[in-house]
Design a protein around this ligand. Sequence first.
Ligand SMILES: *Cc1c(COP(=O)(O)O)cnc(C)c1O
Length: 391
Amino acid sequence: MKDETKLVVAGRSPESNFGIVNVPVYHASTVLYSSLEELQKRHIDRAEGKQVVTYGRMGTPTTWSLENAVAEIEGGYRSHVFPSGLAACAQAILAFTKTGDHILVTDSVYGPTRAFCNNVLSKFGVETTFYDPLIGSGISELMRPNTTIVFTESPGSQTFEMQDIPAIAGAAHKKNAIVIMDNTWASPLYYKPFSHGVDVSIQAGTKYIVGHSDVMIGTVTTTKELWPTLQASAAGMGQTTGPDDVYLAQRGLRTLSVRLKQHMENGIKIAEWLKGQSQVHSVLHPALKDHPGHSLWKRDFLGASGLFSFRLNAVSMEAVAAFMDHLELFGMGYSWGGFESLVIYADPSSYRTATKWDNTNPLIRLHIGLEDPDDLIADLKAGFDRLDAAK
Ligand SMILES: *Cc1c(COP(=O)(O)O)cnc(C)c1O
């Protein structure tokens, strides 16, 4: 089955829900058993890995509908749903570390994941080293006997470095470390982490899976070998997600292919247009031929999403504000992946530790939504006029 078809059918089961097309929202804590024998049998089945209802926190047909669909489309064994993308990142790391371990995390990692390593993981005696996202197989030299995880994110969601995931995975596996990837940018549709050596893949479903900027959710998908460890860790931490949010995420997933195609097309059109503007220093979009990571993107990815950055020629912050403050279609806000366009300013020099970032050319990140790209271009053009006037 092709991915577009899988998006439509995966995780659904009308036959076990009165013919209802979408798996309904099961609200549950207590689950009643008809006999002691049945109670014991269900717990044994669950311990053997079957999806059986035992207690609300342990999963319901609603959660499995999303988990099974994501696992199937991402190409992993099974998936666990979390109440946010960050909870998914944190639990993926926690599941595979213990006191005394060392982990390697890309310097381009999502900021709150960095903060989790620095502020939470460190308290439990797990040491984090941040590494140059472009390191490739050179990761070998940073690996210590106690390195258990190499955490990747490609491309970085502000600076858009493309990582050579197969090279990193080859080096990590040689030294018995696992590779975790935050695969949110490409979504399960445009990058297949498990065919490139990744062992654990994370989705901030809040972004493209949900697609409507109204739900927080995350998933962690693993190989068969690592699944019991992830599952035990997530269950042990009581990680459970409200069924209404899970329902909205599985509903969003059904239209991911058409939305993402349009985000990609609109995004590339606007990225190309930006390249020709006198106010723009550079455009950081992996699908553009002159992006330093373009060949890796072409080799490994099946498409691009609508998130990228560009850098302005050096101007005052007043001029940056003049550009951003009165955009009409681009909302100023964090997150991305929804139907609407967003703009945000970022200064990567303020958080990088393994690599230096020169902030002379202010970095603006755009999420390109489903509006007509010509309207978005007109909005940006008016912004550049304001920027010129404020210079
Ligand atoms: C947004 C985001 C997350 C976290 O997701 P939340 O649902 O906001 O917690 C993790 N990784 C990346 C790359 C993100 O963009």
